[in-house]
Design a protein around this ligand. Structure first.
Ligand code: DC
Length: 222
């Protein structure tokens, strides 16, 4: 079974996906982390996002894999655990540019489908219900107010020692939303059959429960 969780930055996808996957004993597939890892590598190698030829080489020759089980799934790039490095401010600011080119998406989407074929998974991203797994049995599109999303980002950054004002974060989040939803390739968009879940004022357990219940209902065929 595939549970597709899409939505903009800070809508609560990651924390929810981790907990749903832990409860159901599914794999947690964080597709954003894959785009972030490629971004990290390109930044380190000083490859620009508009250099399609180099991007193609990099994505084709980079080994990405997920290890461990939720909530502690880690992402490895080649022989390095980059779970923490992919969350840096620099990667976050640049990832929208590196995840947009067709050459990047084509290869990563194939890898994501291959993981989804091997095990039941909770897959989070921007195009999961629309492009990666349009046949996913359970689909949710998470949303939240800009302020709620910025507060969550502020907390995440604080945990890695970065201080940012709420206004700065709201501006960054809106800019990332703009880029992610207006790109020509697999833009952020709700799948017609995805249920919208507004997490602005939902308790964390409640949002997890809604998704777990939908999955159990689907499994039992009711
Ligand atoms: O969910 P996140 O913030 O870790 O995602 C990082 C970036 O990757 C985000 O700007 C959008 C992009 N992304 C995407 O284009 N498609 C996905 N399936 C997942 C993420």
């Amino acid at each position: 079974m595939v549970i597709a969780l899409d939505g903009p930055a800070g809508s609560g996808k990651s924390s929810t996906a981790k907990e749903v996957a832990r409860r159901l004993k599914f794999v947690h597939l964080d597709t954003g982390a894959m785009y972030r890892a490629i971004t990290l590598k390109c930044l380190r190698l000083q490859i620009r996002a508009d250099n399609e030829q180099e991007l193609h080489k990099i994505v084709g020759s980079t080994e990405l894999c997920f290890c461990g089980s939720p909530p502690d799934t880690r992402i490895w790039m080649d022989d390095e655990d980059v779970t923490r490095a992919v969350r840096s401010d620099e990667v976050t600011k640049n990832v929208s540019d590196y995840c947009a080119p067709e050459v990047v998406r084509k290869i990563l989407v194939e890898q994501q489908r291959s993981i989804g074929r091997q095990a039941s998974c909770v897959c989070e991203g921007r195009d999961i219900g629309t492009v990666v797994f349009p046949q996913a049995e359970v689909k949710f599109f998470l949303v939240a107010s800009d302020e709620a999303r910025a507060r969550r980002r502020q907390k995440d950054f604080c945990e890695i020692g970065i201080t940012k004002s709420l206004d700065e974060l709201i501006a960054e989040i809106r800019e990332r939303d703009r880029k992610d939803s207006t790109r020509s390739n697999s833009p952020l968009k709700r799948a017609g059959d995805a249920e919208v879940l507004d997490t602005t004022s939902l308790a964390f357990n409640e949002q997890v429960e809604r998704i777990v219940c939908a999955a159990q209902k689907c499994k039992s065929g009711s």
